[in-house]
Design a protein around this ligand. Structure first.
Ligand code: ADP
Ligand code: MG
Length: 264
């Protein structure tokens, strides 16, 4: 169907070790619609990264099908799969995997160059998105000269710079403080929704989870819908959002990142 950007049909995955077979995904079905941001909230070791890697065409299931924009990918050549991945999928890795020899700007420019954009417009677009991620002053830094949270924001910028229809993000707020994380994600999710893309985000961040359209738990190898209202009520009771503090801190970060200091 046209409005489904990503579909997984009866996907199973077993890892074998000396101890025997370990079933991680079992007849898992999932459809991601345009304009929908879905989340997975479940404990470590339940198979979230495995699921995302299969959805992102970086791993193959033992059985079942993955469809990107209605196209089944399992019988395609590696080259064709790579092309589909490059064109349609943005992926934020759990361990961000930035290229250490390249600057923040180069890391974010590379996906655009690969997809055929010329150097100058590619750099302009990468600069724009890094600035939106509050990294306008870090363009020429290599990953080793960036903090964990900054590296994570570069990785997010790299994943969304090509404006992919599908965004897959594996615990993308792990290293971000709550204020920056809220700012970055509000921006990212709003632009994704506006252009009709879909996202599947693995997160343990309750604020982020509460902003998503659909929530699932990965349980016994399949995705089980979570009662979103109940989860949000619990979150609100535990962690009231201090909107004024969030706004003030974001404004301060923005001003500092553009070298103007409003506090003087
Ligand atoms: N390549 C692999 N070989 C063997 N076991 C693996 C492999 N990748 C993951 N696993 C196992 O599969 C389970 C799920 O892993 P993972 O998908 O990374 O979970 P999560 O992201 O939810 O923490 C874990 O128990 C892990 O040890
Ligand atoms: Mg994981």
């Amino acid at each position: 169907m046209d409005d489904i950007v990503l579909q997984m049909k009866a996907v199973s995955k077993v890892f074998t070790s000396k101890m025997g077979g370990l079933t991680i995904l079992k007849d898992l079905n999932f459809s991601l619609k345009r304009g929908v941001i879905a989340g997975i909230v479940s404990p470590s070791g339940t198979g979230k990264t495995t699921l995302l890697q299969i959805a992102g065409l970086m791993d193959v299931p033992d059985s079942g099908e993955v469809l990107i924009g209605g196209v089944a990918v399992q019988n395609l050549s590696d080259k064709k799969r790579a092309k589909i991945r490059c064109k349609h999928i943005g992926y934020v890795y759990q361990q961000h995997h930035l290229l250490p020899e390249f600057t923040a700007l180069e890391n974010v420019t590379i996906p655009l160059l690969i997809s055929g954009v010329r150097q100058k417009p590619a750099e302009a677009r990468a600069t724009e998105i890094l600035s939106e991620m509050l990294l306008g002053e870090r363009l020429s830094h290599k990953p080793s000269a960036l903090s964990g949270g900054e590296q994570q924001r570069v990785a997010i910028a790299r994943a969304i710079v090509t404006r992919p229809e599908i965004l897959l993000a594996d615990e993308p707020t792990g290293n971000l403080d709550p204020v920056t994380s809220k700012y970055v994600f509000d921006n990212m999710l709003n632009s994704l929704r506006k252009r009709g893309g879909g996202a599947l985000i693995v997160t343990h961040n309750h604020h982020l989870a509460s902003a998503l359209d659909e929530l699932y738990e990965l349980e016994n190898g399949t995705l089980v819908p979570l009662d979103r209202k109940k989860l949000i009520a619990e979150i609100k009771a535990r962690l009231p959002v201090q909107k004024t503090i969030v706004k003030t801190t974001v404004a301060r970060n923005l001003m500092q990142s553009s070298k103007r200091n409003p506090l003087k």
